[in-house]
Each structure stands twice: as C-alpha cells, then as structure tokens.
Design a protein. Structure first.
Length: 382
C-alpha cells in the first residue's frame, strides 16, 4: 500500500522541511513530494504537525524488555529486545553479545541470521563485544572468557550470512594481519576494552579498525605523554566513535571536547542498554552477578558500571541538554551517523528518496508517538 506522511516537520538531509509529504511504498521512501503532488492512490497519514525524523539506529543493544541477549540468544529473544527499544524510537539495532564462550557466540550469530531471515523488525546484524579484549580493561566482562583468538574463532566471528557484523576487540589481543583479514571480509572492526598504547592503536587503525566502542570507557586514557586509545580515537579524522550520553559513563565536558576534536558525523550515540530498558524489573543477572538499575545507572554491588538503562530517545534528549546540541544534530547522531558507521548510509539513517521507510515521530515534548521500521508503523499513546 502506498502512503503519504503529511502535515509534519520533516528532518531531511538538507535540513528541516514543512512543505513536503513523504511517500512510502513497500517499505521504501518513493518520493518527497509537494502536497499538491501526492499520488491520488496514496493513503494520507496525518502527523498533525509532529516532528518526523529518521529512525534511530543503535549499534550496541545488550538487552531490553527484561531480556539479556547473552541469556536468550534466540529469534524470540531478539524480537522482544527490539520491541522494547522500538518504543523509544529505535527502528534498527544490533543485538550485542557481551563476552561469552564460543558456543554462545555461535548460537548468537545463528539467532541473528535466523531473525533477519524471518523478517524480525529492525534487526540489522550483530555486535560481538569481545571476547578478544583486554583483561586489564574488561569492565563488567567475565575474565574467564577473555582471550586472544585462534583462526577458527575469527572465522566464526565473521560467519554471519545476513546483515552487518561489528566486532569489538583489543588491538593487543588481535594482530594487525588478522584485523586486516576481518575488515577485508566485510566486518566492521571496532577497538575497545583495551589497554593498548597509541602506536598499537594507530597500527590497528591502519589495518582496518573503523571505530571505537563507547569512547572513554574501558580504554587507555589520554595523558600528556601517553595519548592512549582515547588520544588515537580523537586524533584520527576518519574513525567513528560511539558514545554513551547518560551523564554517568562519561562526563559531559569530555564529550563536548570529543565533539570539538572530531569531524562532524564521526561521533554517534549508542545506549549499551541492558534488560531494564522497557521493563518493570530493574534487576538482572550477568555472569552470576546481580546488576541493578538505580537512577538510570546499571551497576554491580561493588559499583562497576554494567551497561546502561538508557533509551535512544533519552540519549537524544541528553545530547541536547548536556552537550548543547540542537535537535537536528542530536538526531543525526542517533540515526545518520550510526548508519554511516555500519556502511548502511545509502539506504538507512536519512529521510530521502530511495531510503528505507524508517522513521521516529516525536510530539512537541520530544516523546515518541510512532516508530516505523521498513514501512511498518507502531503507534504509542502517552
């Protein structure tokens, strides 16, 4: 069915437009038409002056709706996580596996492949966060799973048949030749959970590392005579950086400095979300340890950060409030820039002819009222 989304303030690649109707058919944007040029057979979907945005894309979703991907690497588990985040404007996401054993990696990759094959809404691929990461910068990852990979494990990491694979690794655990092979195989290789020095990170970037996982967190820091991974991330104009803007993972001052250091478009929002997002229960268990979300912070009993209780719409609002960004730029950090990082920018993350019909609709109070994914709309009441 052909539809025309009308009467909205629309964020297009050229900026805000209030004089266009977005014509959608078979899950694609067919045209941005003047109201007088809407096809006669198009059903009008009146947005009553609300704001129409590119759908949010989250590259790091550990869980949601009470489900942790590590505990339920299945099509149903992925569907439940996606539904929880869709309520907050996320139209596309990567289920993210925290470091686990090789059997769990295999199950997670198979589940994502099956979910995409089955048409589960919003699944764009998988993010494997470890286990090829540093024990010194492990964060909440269980040390028993962390190790340098062998050739068979690298083949497994690259085995997803459908969608995008992001692999977070520590350069000190994976040699440059292996990084190059992973990148050449089409994977998005990200550096994170690493204690590597600047020179090692620079070598990894030259070998094919495309970006950095949750900048500033769980990585060697920037110091006066040791730039570390943070320094390498800020120094490289081509690398993307994911950031968690919840006011807890990173001081807003550091994030504002990062935005000034990086070219526009190279910093994007992630939630690093855990099961409490979209769920009633604030607690969950990870590797036998109870994690509880209090005041928006997911922590172990000893105070270690363990992902977040952040939704993507909250990350957008936080970026406006804490970082001083206008709505359009905060939204691009949640949609356009992550699509580019994943190599999907030709068809995702933008409201333009030839792109997928992925939208987030906000009311005047920046609350999500509709989320569209591949042309399928879910409406939410306040």
């Amino acid at each position: 069915m052909r539809q025309a989304l009308v009467n909205a303030r629309v964020l297009t690649p050229q900026g805000w437009r209030e004089d266009v109707a977005v014509v959608v058919e078979d899950g694609w944007i067919r045209d941005l038409a003047a109201p007088r040029d809407i096809p006669a057979d198009a059903a009008r979907h009146d947005l009553s002056g609300q704001t129409l945005l590119p759908g949010f894309i989250d590259c790091q979703v550990n869980g949601g709706g009470g489900v942790l991907f590590n505990d339920d690497p299945s099509v149903d588990g992925i569907r439940a996580i996606g539904a929880a985040h869709r309520r907050f404007g996320t139209s596309g996401f990567l289920p993210t596996l925290i470091s686990d054993d090789i059997d769990k990696m295999h199950a997670a990759i198979q589940a994502v492949d099956d979910a995409i094959s089955a048409g589960v809404t919003g699944v764009l691929g998988i993010h494997l966060e470890g286990p090829f990461i540093s024990r010194e910068r492990k964060g909440v990852h269980a040390v028993r799973f962390l190790h340098a990979p062998d050739a068979g494990e690298l083949r497994l990491a690259a085995s997803l048949r459908r969608g995008v694979t992001v692999l977070t690794l520590a350069p000190e655990c994976v040699p440059p030749a292996a990084i190059r092979a992973l990148a050449d195989a089409g994977m998005v290789v990200a550096a994170g959970h690493s204690n590597a020095d600047f020179a090692s990170v620079r070598e990894a970037l030259d070998a094919g590392v495309r970006g950095f996982t949750h900048l500033f967190n769980a990585m060697s820091s920037l110091a006066s005579r040791a730039p570390g991974m943070v320094g390498a991330a800020l120094d490289d104009p081509d690398a993307w950086c994911g950031v968690i803007v919840d006011g807890h993972h990173v001081d807003p001052v550091c994030l504002r400095i990062a935005l000034k250091a990086k070219p526009k478009g190279k910093v994007f929002l992630v939630t690093d979300a855990m099961p409490p997002v979209g769920a009633v229960d604030p607690s969950f268990v990870l590797n036998g340890e109870t994690i509880t979300a209090r005041d928006g912070i997911c922590q172990t009993a000893t105070g270690t950060l363990a992902g977040s209780a952040l939704s993507m719409i909250d990350a957008v609002r936080n970026s406006m409030r804490m970082l001083g960004l206008p709505l359009d730029e905060a939204v691009r950090m949640a949609s356009t820039y992550p699509a580019d990082f994943l190599g999907l920018g030709a068809t995702r993350g933008r409201i333009d002819t030839g792109c997928r019909a992925d939208f987030t609709v906000l009311d005047g109070e920046l609350q999500v009222t509709e989320t569209w994914s591949d042309g399928a709309c879910v409406q939410y009441s306040r």
